[in-house]
Design a protein around this ligand. Structure first.
Ligand SMILES: [Zn+2]
Length: 210
C-alpha cells in the first residue's frame, strides 16, 4: 500500500473509501480527507489526513509492522476511588509534549477498557521501551486524597473489576503477541508505578514467563 493523501486516486483510494464506509469512487477529495482525519482521531493517530503505514495498519488493511515483545503495566498515580478520564490523561500527556495519550489501554474503576492510542503505533509510557511494547494503565495507584501527601504514597488500589479486566486484557495481548513478557513500569524506571508487584500478580493469575 502506498501513502495516500488529498489528490490521490485509483484502486487503493477505493479500498480506503470502502474501509471508511464512503462511496468508493477512487478519488481522494475533501470528504475522504475528513473521514480519514476522524478515523485517525478515533484511533490514536496523528489526524493529518495522510494515509501512511500506521493508518493502513489501523484500518486492518496491512498487518501491524511494529514488533511487540513487552506488555508494560502502569497506574495513573491518582487517588484511590477517584475516576480519571482518558481526556484527563491525554491532557496531562499533551502537557508533557506527547502527541496523544501515551497508553494503548486504560482500565477505569468500573473495570471497563478504554482504548487509548492504536496498538499499531508506538506508545509514550516507558522511556526506551515504547517502540516494542503495549502500555496498559489502570486508574488509581495512590492513597486516598484524605491521606497527607497521598501522591507520594503508592498503593495497589485496583478494584476487583479492574483486576479481572487486567487479567483478561493481558492474557488477550499475550495471545496476540506470543512470547511477549509482562512488566511493571517500575522495572524500567525509578518509579512506584504501577504500585503493585507485577511478578507476584502474574503468578497469581497463572501467567508463566521467563
Ligand atoms: Zn507508569
Amino acid at each position: 500500500m502506498t501513502t495516500l493523501k488529498r489528490g490521490s486516486s485509483g484502486s487503493e483510494v477505493k479500498t480506503l473509501q470502502s474501509k471508511l464506509s464512503l462511496i468508493a469512487d477512487g478519488i481522494f477529495g475533501p470528504l475522504t480527507e475528513e473521514a480519514v482525519k476522524d478515523f485517525q482521531r478515533g484511533n490514536g493517530l496523528t489526524p493529518d489526513g495522510i494515509v501512511g503505514a500506521c493508518t493502513w495498519a489501523s484500518l486492518g488493511v496491512v498487518p501491524c509492522k511494529r514488533k511487540v515483545d513487552q506488555i508494560i503495566l502502569h497506574c495513573t498515580a491518582t487517588p484511590e476511588g477517584e475516576e480519571f478520564s482518558n481526556a484527563q490523561i491525554k491532557a496531562s500527556h499533551l502537557a508533557r509534549g506527547f502527541s496523544d495519550i501515551g497508553y494503548h489501554y486504560v482500565i477505569g474503576l468500573d473495570g471497563k477498557v478504554r482504548p487509548g492510542r492504536s496498538e499499531a503505533v508506538a506508545g509514550a509510557h516507558c522511556t526506551g521501551h515504547n517502540t516494542r511494547s503495549v502500555g496498559v494503565c489502570y486508574v488509581g495507584g495512590c492513597a486516598p486524597r484524605s491521606v497527607p501527601n497521598w501522591n507520594k504514597k503508592g498503593k495497589d488500589t485496583r478494584t476487583p473489576a479492574q483486576k479481572a479486566t487486567l487479567e483478561k486484557l493481558v492474557k488477550e495481548l499475550l495471545r496476540r503477541y506470543p512470547g511477549a513478557t509482562v512488566h511493571g513500569h517500575d522495572e524500567f524506571a525509578n518509579k512506584a508505578c504501577p504500585s503493585f508487584d507485577v511478578k507476584k500478580w502474574l503468578m497469581e493469575v497463572g501467567i508463566k514467563q521467563k
